[in-house]
Design a binder for this molecule. Structure first.
Ligand SMILES: N[C@@H](CCC(=O)N[C@@H](CS)C(=O)NCC(=O)O)C(=O)O
Length: 216
């Protein structure tokens, strides 16, 4: 681990994992960025040189993803962190292949963050009443229907162009939560999820995160 590199803080199943997958796909882990796991329940850093530290001292909001730079400045929000990671290896084209594709990637990052992620976040709250939960699930299901019927119409396997981008990484992770939350995924959304889940580099990234957790 090189101390002069920035560090991506993540958890293996949260939106931070979308950043880990992107960094793995870009081939930059250990050469352009380090990674460290966080427990977002206790806000304690679990791996890396700052193991045992209070994560709030690194990320003021306590949220992953967060990229901490050697001067201790921090970058948060998926919309920014995923593009930062994409830019670490432009050859991987993780933010699109053209200027227009980049704008489309930005558009979908904003869409996933503000429309999907924000719509389901409260469902992780175990104290939510059944009435409130049903209301939130109904709204979330409507958002998933739009994703399914419009954005992924015809069984699209990538949000932008014909290859994997950071927008796919983020959408894949947000959709993965529907199984835990017991919210049904409509057909095209399920096919998109299955396609990304079965990509070799995605499987490798999950295996690497699992190994890092086990070695913590
Ligand atoms: N809008 C933020 C959302 C970040 C977020 O909600 N992160 C969650 C995990 S998916 C988290 O860290 N929750 C624990 C906490 O905020 O204390 C982004 O796009 O980065």
């Amino acid at each position: 681990m090189t101390a002069t590199l920035p560090t991506l803080y993540y958890t293996p199943s949260s939106c931070g994992a979308a950043n880990y997958i992107a960094a793995h796909r870009a081939g930059v882990i250990g050469t352009k960025i380090n990674t460290a796991e966080v427990n977002i329940g206790t806000h304690v850093v679990l791996t890396g040189p700052k193991k045992g530290s209070d994560f709030y001292k690194i990320s003021a909001s306590g949220s992953v993803p967060c990229i901490e730079f050697p001067d201790q400045t921090a970058l948060s929000q998926n919309v920014a962190t995923l593009q930062y990671i994409a830019d670490l290896n432009p050859d991987a084209k993780l933010a699109g292949s053209t200027a227009m594709e980049r704008y489309q990637v930005q558009s979908y990052l904003g869409y996933v963050a503000s429309e999907l992620h924000a719509a389901c976040g409260s469902l992780f709250n175990p104290t939510l009443s059944t009435e409130v939960r049903n209301f939130v699930v109904e709204k979330y299901a409507a958002k998933l229907k739009f994703l399914n019927d419009s954005i992924l119409k015809g069984g699209k396997k990538h949000l932008v162009g014909d290859h994997f981008t950071v927008a796919d990484s983020y959408l894949y992770i947000v959709l993965s939560w529907t199984f835990y939350l017991k919210v049904d995924l409509p057909e095209n959304a399920l096919a998109f999820f299955e396609h990304i889940k079965n990509l070799d580099f995605v499987k490798e990234a999950h295996a690497a995160m699992k190994l890092a957790s086990e070695q913590a």
